[in-house]
Design a protein around this ligand. Structure first.
Ligand SMILES: [Zn+2]
Length: 227
């Protein structure tokens, strides 16, 4: 769980999601409905898996490329999956704030750059810097390490002669990408449980999202369904 692991996991971890409050738990006993949710106490099901099947399949393929020493493709795909995970957690946070699909899609489309999503969108939505959220989850070096892998990936894809990129897209970068992926699932769950599952608390705070038109109703009670 700490950032000090040196060997990538064999496969993605499995978490289970409470359908009532979206809490995610890696506890196997939480898999079946009936055991109370640590977040809200609900015993309802079904409990969906995280990562979902599509991401789990992609993760499996990435790890297969890594095993085959296909460093470049494993880095590029891992970087893509990391960015998809960030997009998903941002989407979940917005949904917890009451934003509908159209608003979430519009906002994510208007903020495509990964750096801006991390440095601007995440703090706007949560009131917390991404670096601080990572640190709180025990992954203080994750943002910096992720940024470095993105830089190397970009330099490789765009053939840009970044002078400060020491490493090339090699075995070391591939291992680092896989370790980041392992950490990302854990971080996703920590952020989810703080800002999505625990969203009732945050929903009573003043709106962080500077969306115009009042479509994000911060006063809506948890689970409220519009007319
Ligand atoms: Zn729950």
């Amino acid at each position: 769980m700490s950032g000090s692991a040196t060997q990538p996991a064999a496969k993605a971890p499995v978490f289970w999601e409470c359908p009532a409050c979206n809490y995610l738990s890696g506890d196997a006993s939480f898999a079946s409905a009936g055991s109370p949710c640590p977040g809200c106490g609900s015993t309802s099901g079904p409990r969906r898996q995280f990562p979902p099947d599509s991401q789990r399949l992609l993760d499996t393929r990435i790890r297969a490329y890594y095993s085959d020493r296909e460093w470049q493709i494993s880095v590029i795909l891992a970087a893509a999956l990391l960015e998809a995970l960030l997009e998903d957690i941002l989407d979940r946070i917005m949904a917890a704030h009451g934003a509908d699909v159209a608003i979430r899609g519009t906002l994510l489309d208007s903020v495509r750059a990964i750096g801006t999503r991390i440095s601007r969108l995440f703090p706007d939505l949560t009131g917390m810097e991404f670096e601080d959220a990572a640190s709180e989850a025990g992954h203080r070096d994750f943002p910096k390490r992720w940024r470095k892998v993105r830089t190397i990936r970009n330099a490789f894809i765009h053939d840009t002669p970044y002078r400060d990129v020491e490493g090339t897209l090699d075995a070391g970068t591939a291992t680092e990408s896989m370790l980041l992926l392992d950490t990302a699932y854990d971080l996703f769950v920590a952020i989810n449980n703080k800002f999505v599952a625990d969203g009732r608390e945050h929903r009573n705070e003043p709106a962080h999202i500077a969306l115009h038109g009042g479509a994000v109703d911060e006063e809506a009670p948890h689970g409220a369904v519009g007319p």
